[in-house]
Design a protein around this ligand. Structure first.
Ligand SMILES: Cc1cc2ncn([C@H]3O[C@H](COP(=O)(O)O)[C@@H](O)[C@H]3O)c2cc1C
Ligand SMILES: O=C(O)c1cccnc1
Length: 339
């Protein structure tokens, strides 16, 4: 357990470790010595430098990569905001254990260790149209569970979630902390129809009105409008920063989960990359507001860390080139001579 109060989280966020600029500079210098025209690997070069900065080593490694999927249940499903029953959350957790979900295939392909952390699935959060989703103790338990799930040492962490109803919670957090009407943040989630979409917007509007007194407080927003798996993602993101682990964030839900951290400290997500922009309606605007540049744009809208796992493959490409290529001197290749 790391945090005993909301103030503990706030002070952790004020005091986050910086990246290792020596490692980053060494990685950038190496990029320019490798046998390729300067800058020709584009974003792959920047990604290797980013990994070097946050791993604190000049040549980044991806030997032990972790994927963590946090699962939680949401009282707001009683409002009919998802086309699937809440029981699917636990059923999918069982599916992960059997290896039958998309994330099982993608994590295996990416040579990553998959951990699934179910959070009090038999105790859904409160329906936040009428009450805060969690009380302080429940919120801290979930943040600490996320923090403690992060290994002390790993090369890269990909985060994701499973929780029927959680695109409603994510939209509510985005609207609360970034403003704009519910309609601009609410999307179809697991595929709700037109009537459901309108209902979902009303639900978010109701929640914003119910909790308007706390909308200026990022952690109170995460507690009142979020869910356990979102709180755990927040805690895991802080843990990764403290352990020197770069993070890949999954889709809309995962991005909304860490928005409170950015509100507490504009630098809090520098060790994170947005793995992809999902097809969920609000995700592109959310990423833009958070100045996160998604690595992939594949029209995925699954969650469960699937986009983050796909982006591990991209980081493996970046590291394979950066670590494996010969320099001009090693290969006896002539360097640039013209203007
Ligand atoms: C079978 C199934 C597998 C999933 N895996 C992730 N999600 C995704 O859909 C849910 C969010 O959508 P909403 O807010 O509309 O409920 C989350 O569980 C998310 O991870 C799934 C959804 C379903 C149905
Ligand atoms: O982008 C996401 O996180 C997402 C989209 C649809 C369903 N579940 C998650």
């Amino acid at each position: 357990m790391q945090f005993r109060s909301l103030d503990d989280i706030r002070s952790a966020c004020r005091d986050l470790p910086a990246g290792n600029e020596t490692s980053a500079a060494a990685a950038a210098a190496r990029q320019d010595q490798l046998t390729k025209p300067t800058g020709s690997l584009g974003q792959l070069e920047a990604l290797a430098v980013w990994l070097a900065r946050w791993q604190g080593q000049a040549v980044p490694r991806l030997d032990d990569v972790s994927v963590i999927v946090f699962a939680g249940n949401h009282g707001v499903t009683a409002q009919g905001v998802s086309p699937y029953p809440a029981a699917v959350t636990a059923q999918m957790v069982a599916n992960y254990a059997r290896g039958g979900a998309a994330i099982n295939q993608l994590a295996t392909l990416a040579q990553a260790k998959l951990t699934v952390v179910p959070l009090d699935l038999d105790r859904p959060t409160a329906d936040f149209t009428g009450a805060p989703a969690m009380d302080v103790a429940q919120f801290l338990d979930a943040v600490n569970a996320g923090y403690d799930a992060v290994p002390a040492r790993c090369a890269l962490l990909a985060l994701g979630e499973m929780g029927i109803g959680n695109t409603t919670a994510a939209a509510a957090i985005a609207a609360a902390l970034l403003g704009g009407d519910a309609a601009s943040w609410v999307g179809r989630g697991a595929g709700i129809g037109d009537d459901g979409l309108r209902l979902k917007q009303e639900v978010v509007d109701m929640a914003l009105a119910r909790h308007r007194a706390v909308l200026g407080d990022p952690l109170a927003v995460a507690m009142s409008l979020g869910g356990r798996e979102l709180a755990a993602i927040l805690g895991a993101t802080v843990a990764a920063r403290r352990h020197g682990i770069p993070v890949l964030l999954d889709g809309f839900v995962c991005t909304a989960a860490v928005l409170p951290l950015l509100k507490l400290n504009a630098d809090a997500l520098s060790h994170c990359q947005a793995a992809h922009v999902s097809a969920e309606a609000g995700h592109r605007a959310l990423l833009a507001a958070m100045k996160l540049n998604p690595l992939l744009d594949l029209g995925m809208r699954l969650g469960e860390a699937s986009g983050a796992a796909a982006a591990i493959l991209l980081l493996r490409a970046a590291v394979a080139c950066h670590a494996g290529m010969a320099t001009f001197a090693e290969a006896g290749v002539a360097e640039r001579s013209g203007p």
